[in-house]
Design a protein around this ligand. Structure first.
Ligand SMILES: C[S@@+](CC[C@H](N)C(=O)[O-])C[C@H]1O[C@@H](n2cnc3c(N)ncnc32)[C@H](O)[C@@H]1O
Length: 327
């Protein structure tokens, strides 16, 4: 292992204290955190996310916790995971290439054509597409969606952004790299990620919304997260809780989800979360989400009144939330 100087360590720590998600992601948890951050318990063991997406909760906890903690972040989206790994291990390379794509985009007379060109290059280089292209497409495509066709090719159209396109800055990428420095990031099925949890670990499970599971199966990836998957997830979380693993799950507060988790005697709390609605006139709505915790895990963490949490929450910017509902 290469020795690391005290200064370098200090910089890593300082950057991790201000890191935020560098991707927009469908179902991103920023709006949830702005209201319900106190529902997350203090960490004792590893922090584990089987459905990491943009890992907004991980970045948030890294800002909040005063000490480093071990983390396992996983998702089945291989390109997403590769992007996180490249950002973690080679942020300068990612920045150089992103700069190149950004200037190409800003200078292009025909932005849709430039976007289509990058998307084609990205698809041609799969499964070894580069992180900068992933980030570029994420920021310029329609609502930050990651959707692939049956052949596994990314097929989201250009987003025709109304304002200026905001790419993550150099500081955003370097801060994210610092935050991820000691995190294990893996392309894994959620079943394997949950099985890796040990007593004392904490799992944050944010699967696709139950309300989405009846919809188009291409929203997140090629395989659908079905009603049966939700049942299996509940069973596996119950089994982990029995082994001493703590967890917090969020989902849409559909009657089926409420019934499923009530039957297992978990603690349920229904909350209202702002969601961006994309329509002819973009607007915000609230959706009901349920927070599920093991029985007797206690109420909200007594944190909301501290300056520390208030400061971190105030700095959240919900721009990285790409949760959209078409109406
Ligand atoms: C609601 S998003 C998570 C959003 C995340 N909490 C955030 O703040 O950005 C759900 C994630 O689950 C992933 N996913 C869907 N099915 C999966 C599966 N079977 N195994 C692992 N991950 C899966 C998707 O790729 C997506 O990134």
């Amino acid at each position: 292992m290469t020795p690391i100087s005290y200064e370098a360590l200090r910089e890593l720590h300082q950057r991790a204290r201000i890191a935020k998600p560098f991707l927009k992601w469908a179902g991103g948890k920023q709006p949830f955190l702005a209201k319900y951050a106190d529902r997350f318990p203090p960490l004792n063991g590893r922090y584990i996310e089987p459905f990491m997406g943009s890992a907004s909760v991980f970045f948030f906890l890294k800002r909040l916790e005063r000490r480093p903690f071990l983390a396992l972040l996983a998702d089945k989206n291989l390109q997403l995971v590769r992007t996180f790994l490249e950002v973690r291990d080679g942020p300068q390379n990612v920045l150089e290439r992103l700069e190149h794509l950004k200037s190409g985009y800003f200078e292009a007379a025909d932005k849709v054509k430039f976007y289509s060109y990058v998307r084609e290059q990205f698809n041609n280089s799969l499964p070894k597409a580069d992180a900068a292209s992933f980030i570029f497409l994420n920021r310029t495509c329609w609502n930050g969606l990651y959707r692939v066709n049956r052949a596994g090719k990314f097929n989201v159209p250009h987003g025709a952004p109304k304002g200026s396109v905001m790419f993550p800055s150099e500081a955003d990428i370097l801060n994210a790299a610092a935050s991820l420095a000691h995190a294990e990031v893996r392309a894994m099925t959620w079943q394997n990620t949950i099985a890796a949890a040990e007593p004392g670990d904490f799992i944050f499970a944010d699967p696709p919304y139950y309300s989405d599971c009846m919809l188009d199966d291409t929203k997140y990836s090629r395989e659908q997260f079905t009603a049966q998957s939700h049942h299996e997830l509940a069973r596996r979380l119950a089994a982990s809780a029995q082994r001493g693993v703590d967890f917090l799950l969020t989902n849409s507060a559909e009657p089926e989800i409420l019934e499923l988790y009530s039957k297992l005697h978990f603690d349920l709390e229904i909350v209202s979360v702002p969601r961006f609605i994309s329509s002819k006139v973009d607007r915000r709505l609230s959706v009901a989400e349920v927070i599920v915790r093991p029985p007797g895990s206690g109420g909200p963490r007594q944190l909301l009144l501290t300056d520390e949490l208030a400061e971190v929450v105030a700095s959240l910017d919900d721009e990285s939330d790409a949760s959209v509902v078409d109406v």
